[in-house]
Design a protein around this ligand. Sequence first.
Ligand code: K2U
Ligand code: ZN
Length: 168
Amino acid sequence: MTVRSILAFPDPRLRRRAAPVARVDNKIRQLIDDLLESMYASGGIGLAATQIDVHQRVVVADVSEPGLEPLALVNPKWNPAPGAEVQRHEEGCLSVPEVRAEVPRYSRVLVEALDRDGQPLALEADSLLAICLQHETDHLDGKLFVDYLSPVKREMIRDRLRKQRYVA
Ligand code: K2U
Ligand code: ZN
């Protein structure tokens, strides 16, 4: 288990589209363990492989107390649950430090994936887990929550982070 460093916006590697996992083997299980370790170490409740510069379709989440219900999803796909509505919710991102912004997400989603043993997994997620899984699958498609903001706001964020980097 290794804590991996997390890519920071506007790093272009965050924009790469992750490749589907062909086979869930020990290498993928090691990646899942590293993702969980890195997520807990950074106080996150979700993390996508893209964020540690591994471009494979794997995400982890744990929206309960750390370590209570770690969830690992390989090749995750989601659809809005019947009757789900779009709600705006304030989000953060471990790759966009100190930025919070409201993002529209579905309130409930039906998720299909493979688990860490390569077995098919289906779950219905609502509230924070639904938001988290939509946020993480966006990462696998090179999408960041700041993409839902106006170009002006996104530019302001880019400038602020650039200044922070030089100041620091
Ligand atoms: O993918 C990430 O960068 C981790 C995200 C996951 C997430 C974003 C928005 C809403 C839910 C989950 C977070 O930065 S983890 C930090 C966090 C912790 C508690 C509540 C919201 C965000
Ligand atoms: Zn994120």
